[in-house]
Ligand binder design. Structure first.
Ligand SMILES: Nc1ncnc2c1ncn2[C@@H]1O[C@H](COP(=O)(O)OP(=O)(O)OP(=O)(O)O)[C@@H](O)[C@H]1O
Ligand SMILES: [Mg+2]
Length: 247
Protein backbone atom coordinates (compact mmCIF):
# COMPACT_ATOMS: atom_id res chain seq x y z
CA UNK A 1 0.00 0.00 0.00
CA UNK A 2 1.44 3.36 -0.97
CA UNK A 3 1.51 6.20 1.53
CA UNK A 4 -1.09 8.19 -0.38
CA UNK A 5 -3.56 5.31 -0.19
CA UNK A 6 -3.11 5.07 3.55
CA UNK A 7 -5.54 7.35 5.35
CA UNK A 8 -5.18 6.32 8.95
CA UNK A 9 -2.58 4.35 10.82
CA UNK A 10 -2.47 3.35 14.49
CA UNK A 11 0.88 2.18 15.83
CA UNK A 12 0.73 0.55 19.24
CA UNK A 13 -2.07 2.86 20.35
CA UNK A 14 -3.24 2.41 23.92
CA UNK A 15 -6.10 4.42 25.36
CA UNK A 16 -7.78 4.68 28.71
CA UNK A 17 -9.56 6.78 31.25
CA UNK A 18 -8.25 7.84 34.65
CA UNK A 19 -5.20 5.62 34.37
CA UNK A 20 -7.23 2.51 33.48
CA UNK A 21 -6.23 1.01 30.13
CA UNK A 22 -9.20 0.31 27.86
CA UNK A 23 -7.47 -0.20 24.48
CA UNK A 24 -4.26 -2.13 24.54
CA UNK A 25 -1.57 -1.57 21.89
CA UNK A 26 -3.75 -1.44 18.78
CA UNK A 27 -2.08 -1.52 15.35
CA UNK A 28 -4.24 -0.84 12.34
CA UNK A 29 -4.24 0.87 9.01
CA UNK A 30 -7.10 2.16 6.93
CA UNK A 31 -6.79 2.63 3.18
CA UNK A 32 -8.73 5.01 0.97
CA UNK A 33 -12.01 3.47 -0.15
CA UNK A 34 -12.25 0.83 2.55
CA UNK A 35 -15.39 0.24 4.58
CA UNK A 36 -13.99 -0.91 7.89
CA UNK A 37 -16.30 -2.53 10.43
CA UNK A 38 -15.14 -2.28 14.05
CA UNK A 39 -16.92 -5.06 15.91
CA UNK A 40 -17.09 -6.29 19.47
CA UNK A 41 -19.43 -6.69 22.40
CA UNK A 42 -20.61 -3.93 24.75
CA UNK A 43 -17.62 -2.34 26.41
CA UNK A 44 -15.09 -3.95 24.03
CA UNK A 45 -13.59 -0.54 23.24
CA UNK A 46 -15.19 0.37 19.89
CA UNK A 47 -16.20 3.92 20.87
CA UNK A 48 -12.86 4.42 22.60
CA UNK A 49 -11.07 3.48 19.37
CA UNK A 50 -13.08 6.01 17.34
CA UNK A 51 -12.66 8.67 20.02
CA UNK A 52 -8.92 8.01 20.07
CA UNK A 53 -8.78 8.78 16.34
CA UNK A 54 -10.45 12.16 16.97
CA UNK A 55 -8.67 12.76 20.30
CA UNK A 56 -12.04 13.04 21.97
CA UNK A 57 -11.39 12.19 25.58
CA UNK A 58 -9.33 9.07 26.19
CA UNK A 59 -5.73 9.35 27.40
CA UNK A 60 -3.55 8.17 24.54
CA UNK A 61 -0.16 6.64 23.98
CA UNK A 62 1.40 5.34 20.78
CA UNK A 63 1.12 7.05 17.43
CA UNK A 64 -1.82 7.93 15.21
CA UNK A 65 -1.17 9.12 11.66
CA UNK A 66 -3.80 10.63 9.35
CA UNK A 67 -2.79 11.24 5.71
CA UNK A 68 0.85 11.22 6.67
CA UNK A 69 0.45 13.71 9.54
CA UNK A 70 1.23 12.53 13.05
CA UNK A 71 -1.95 13.72 14.79
CA UNK A 72 -1.66 12.18 18.25
CA UNK A 73 -2.87 14.83 20.73
CA UNK A 74 -3.89 17.30 18.02
CA UNK A 75 -7.13 19.11 18.91
CA UNK A 76 -10.20 17.41 17.45
CA UNK A 77 -11.14 20.22 15.04
CA UNK A 78 -7.68 20.10 13.47
CA UNK A 79 -7.92 16.35 12.93
CA UNK A 80 -11.40 16.79 11.40
CA UNK A 81 -10.00 19.37 8.99
CA UNK A 82 -7.90 16.65 7.41
CA UNK A 83 -11.19 15.35 6.00
CA UNK A 84 -12.59 13.14 8.77
CA UNK A 85 -16.12 13.43 10.16
CA UNK A 86 -17.52 11.58 13.17
CA UNK A 87 -21.18 10.70 13.63
CA UNK A 88 -21.18 9.93 17.35
CA UNK A 89 -23.12 7.15 19.06
CA UNK A 90 -26.62 8.57 19.64
CA UNK A 91 -26.33 10.72 16.49
CA UNK A 92 -25.81 14.19 17.95
CA UNK A 93 -28.36 16.31 16.08
CA UNK A 94 -29.83 19.54 17.43
CA UNK A 95 -33.41 18.63 18.25
CA UNK A 96 -34.94 22.09 18.04
CA UNK A 97 -33.67 22.92 14.54
CA UNK A 98 -35.64 22.15 11.40
CA UNK A 99 -33.96 19.62 9.12
CA UNK A 100 -33.22 22.29 6.53
CA UNK A 101 -31.65 24.63 9.09
CA UNK A 102 -29.56 21.82 10.51
CA UNK A 103 -28.24 20.99 7.05
CA UNK A 104 -27.67 24.64 6.19
CA UNK A 105 -25.60 25.07 9.37
CA UNK A 106 -23.49 22.10 8.35
CA UNK A 107 -22.75 23.76 4.99
CA UNK A 108 -21.56 26.89 6.82
CA UNK A 109 -19.21 24.82 8.96
CA UNK A 110 -17.50 23.23 5.99
CA UNK A 111 -14.01 23.94 4.85
CA UNK A 112 -13.46 27.04 2.76
CA UNK A 113 -13.32 26.46 -1.00
CA UNK A 114 -9.83 25.84 -2.28
CA UNK A 115 -8.97 23.55 0.62
CA UNK A 116 -11.12 20.73 -0.59
CA UNK A 117 -9.98 17.38 0.69
CA UNK A 118 -10.85 15.37 -2.39
CA UNK A 119 -10.75 17.79 -5.32
CA UNK A 120 -11.70 15.08 -7.80
CA UNK A 121 -15.05 14.34 -6.18
CA UNK A 122 -17.90 16.80 -6.67
CA UNK A 123 -18.62 18.72 -3.48
CA UNK A 124 -21.63 18.02 -1.29
CA UNK A 125 -24.26 20.73 -1.59
CA UNK A 126 -27.79 20.94 -0.12
CA UNK A 127 -29.18 19.97 -3.53
CA UNK A 128 -26.97 16.94 -3.75
CA UNK A 129 -27.90 15.91 -0.20
CA UNK A 130 -31.61 16.17 -1.03
CA UNK A 131 -31.07 14.07 -4.17
CA UNK A 132 -29.20 11.43 -2.19
CA UNK A 133 -31.70 11.48 0.72
CA UNK A 134 -35.16 12.28 -0.72
CA UNK A 135 -36.65 11.57 2.71
CA UNK A 136 -34.76 14.52 4.17
CA UNK A 137 -36.18 16.72 1.43
CA UNK A 138 -39.71 15.59 2.29
CA UNK A 139 -39.02 16.28 5.96
CA UNK A 140 -37.02 19.50 5.49
CA UNK A 141 -39.45 21.64 7.51
CA UNK A 142 -39.83 19.14 10.36
CA UNK A 143 -37.87 19.71 13.54
CA UNK A 144 -34.97 17.30 13.93
CA UNK A 145 -36.46 16.05 17.19
CA UNK A 146 -39.60 14.89 15.36
CA UNK A 147 -37.68 12.60 12.98
CA UNK A 148 -37.77 8.84 13.12
CA UNK A 149 -34.57 7.11 14.19
CA UNK A 150 -33.73 6.28 10.59
CA UNK A 151 -34.36 9.82 9.39
CA UNK A 152 -32.25 11.21 12.21
CA UNK A 153 -29.42 8.90 11.22
CA UNK A 154 -29.71 10.13 7.61
CA UNK A 155 -29.58 13.72 8.86
CA UNK A 156 -26.44 13.02 10.89
CA UNK A 157 -24.84 11.31 7.90
CA UNK A 158 -25.83 14.16 5.56
CA UNK A 159 -24.38 16.73 7.96
CA UNK A 160 -21.11 14.80 8.01
CA UNK A 161 -21.05 14.71 4.19
CA UNK A 162 -21.63 18.47 4.00
CA UNK A 163 -18.32 19.05 5.80
CA UNK A 164 -16.81 17.62 2.55
CA UNK A 165 -15.09 14.90 4.57
CA UNK A 166 -13.71 12.02 2.54
CA UNK A 167 -13.79 9.69 5.56
CA UNK A 168 -16.93 9.20 7.61
CA UNK A 169 -16.78 7.50 10.98
CA UNK A 170 -20.10 6.14 12.28
CA UNK A 171 -20.47 4.94 15.86
CA UNK A 172 -23.21 2.27 16.09
CA UNK A 173 -25.46 3.80 13.45
CA UNK A 174 -27.92 0.90 13.60
CA UNK A 175 -28.50 1.22 17.35
CA UNK A 176 -32.22 1.53 18.08
CA UNK A 177 -33.27 1.39 14.42
CA UNK A 178 -35.99 -0.87 13.06
CA UNK A 179 -34.70 -3.49 10.59
CA UNK A 180 -36.13 -1.64 7.59
CA UNK A 181 -34.44 1.60 8.62
CA UNK A 182 -31.14 -0.24 9.06
CA UNK A 183 -31.54 -1.57 5.55
CA UNK A 184 -32.35 1.82 4.03
CA UNK A 185 -29.88 3.99 5.92
CA UNK A 186 -26.95 1.70 6.25
CA UNK A 187 -26.99 -0.95 3.66
CA UNK A 188 -28.38 1.29 0.89
CA UNK A 189 -26.76 4.68 1.60
CA UNK A 190 -23.44 3.51 3.04
CA UNK A 191 -22.93 1.07 0.17
CA UNK A 192 -23.73 3.76 -2.39
CA UNK A 193 -21.41 6.30 -0.77
CA UNK A 194 -18.64 3.74 -0.55
CA UNK A 195 -19.13 2.91 -4.22
CA UNK A 196 -18.53 6.59 -4.97
CA UNK A 197 -15.20 6.43 -3.16
CA UNK A 198 -16.04 7.55 0.37
CA UNK A 199 -14.03 5.82 3.10
CA UNK A 200 -16.20 4.59 5.97
CA UNK A 201 -15.47 3.33 9.47
CA UNK A 202 -18.42 1.69 11.15
CA UNK A 203 -18.48 0.59 14.80
CA UNK A 204 -21.31 -1.90 15.14
CA UNK A 205 -22.90 -4.52 17.34
CA UNK A 206 -25.09 -5.53 14.39
CA UNK A 207 -22.48 -7.91 12.99
CA UNK A 208 -24.62 -9.28 10.17
CA UNK A 209 -25.38 -5.82 8.80
CA UNK A 210 -21.82 -4.59 9.21
CA UNK A 211 -20.40 -7.58 7.36
CA UNK A 212 -22.77 -6.94 4.44
CA UNK A 213 -21.34 -3.48 3.78
CA UNK A 214 -17.76 -3.82 5.04
CA UNK A 215 -14.72 -4.59 2.94
CA UNK A 216 -12.71 -5.33 6.08
CA UNK A 217 -13.51 -6.10 9.70
CA UNK A 218 -11.77 -5.74 13.05
CA UNK A 219 -12.91 -7.45 16.22
CA UNK A 220 -12.10 -5.97 19.61
CA UNK A 221 -12.40 -7.96 22.78
CA UNK A 222 -11.65 -6.38 26.14
CA UNK A 223 -9.54 -3.73 24.42
CA UNK A 224 -7.39 -6.12 22.36
CA UNK A 225 -7.64 -6.63 18.64
CA UNK A 226 -8.47 -10.31 18.11
CA UNK A 227 -9.25 -10.25 14.37
CA UNK A 228 -8.36 -8.11 11.36
CA UNK A 229 -9.39 -9.51 7.99
CA UNK A 230 -12.06 -9.90 5.37
CA UNK A 231 -15.76 -10.17 6.21
CA UNK A 232 -15.81 -13.59 4.53
CA UNK A 233 -12.99 -14.88 6.73
CA UNK A 234 -14.73 -13.53 9.82
CA UNK A 235 -18.11 -14.98 8.85
CA UNK A 236 -16.46 -18.39 8.43
CA UNK A 237 -14.74 -18.28 11.84
CA UNK A 238 -17.44 -19.72 14.07
CA UNK A 239 -15.17 -20.12 17.09
CA UNK A 240 -14.20 -16.44 16.99
CA UNK A 241 -17.85 -15.46 16.64
CA UNK A 242 -18.79 -17.57 19.62
CA UNK A 243 -15.98 -16.30 21.79
CA UNK A 244 -15.88 -12.59 20.94
CA UNK A 245 -19.13 -11.59 19.24
CA UNK A 246 -21.85 -13.90 20.52
CA UNK A 247 -24.30 -12.61 23.08
N1 LIG B 1 -15.46 8.39 29.61
C1 LIG B 1 -15.16 7.22 30.19
N2 LIG B 1 -14.63 7.17 31.44
C2 LIG B 1 -14.31 5.99 32.01
N3 LIG B 1 -14.46 4.79 31.43
C3 LIG B 1 -14.99 4.76 30.20
C4 LIG B 1 -15.37 5.97 29.51
N4 LIG B 1 -15.85 5.62 28.30
C5 LIG B 1 -15.79 4.27 28.24
N5 LIG B 1 -15.26 3.76 29.37
C6 LIG B 1 -15.00 2.33 29.62
O1 LIG B 1 -14.17 1.83 28.59
C7 LIG B 1 -14.58 0.52 28.20
C8 LIG B 1 -14.84 0.52 26.70
O2 LIG B 1 -15.96 1.36 26.43
P1 LIG B 1 -16.42 1.75 24.97
O3 LIG B 1 -17.48 2.78 25.13
O4 LIG B 1 -15.24 2.08 24.17
O5 LIG B 1 -17.04 0.37 24.48
P2 LIG B 1 -17.93 0.04 23.20
O6 LIG B 1 -17.31 -1.13 22.55
O7 LIG B 1 -18.14 1.25 22.41
O8 LIG B 1 -19.32 -0.42 23.86
P3 LIG B 1 -20.83 -0.21 23.34
O9 LIG B 1 -21.05 -1.26 22.30
O10 LIG B 1 -21.64 -0.47 24.55
O11 LIG B 1 -20.96 1.18 22.82
C9 LIG B 1 -15.79 0.18 29.05
O12 LIG B 1 -15.35 -0.60 30.12
C10 LIG B 1 -16.28 1.52 29.53
O13 LIG B 1 -16.90 1.41 30.78
MG1 LIG C 1 -19.76 2.37 21.84
Amino acid sequence: MSNTDQLVRFESVSAGYGGVTVLDRIDLSLARGEVLAVLGRNGAGKTTLLNALFNLGPELSGRITVKGESVTNWPTHRIARLGLALVPQGRGVFHTLAVHESLRLATLARKPAGRSVSPSASPWTLDRVYREFPRLHERRLASSGALSGGERQMLALARALLTQADTIVLDEPSEGLAPLAVEEVLVHHVSRLAAEGLTVVLAEQNVAMALRVATRALVLSAGRMVFDGTPAALAADHALHQEHLGV
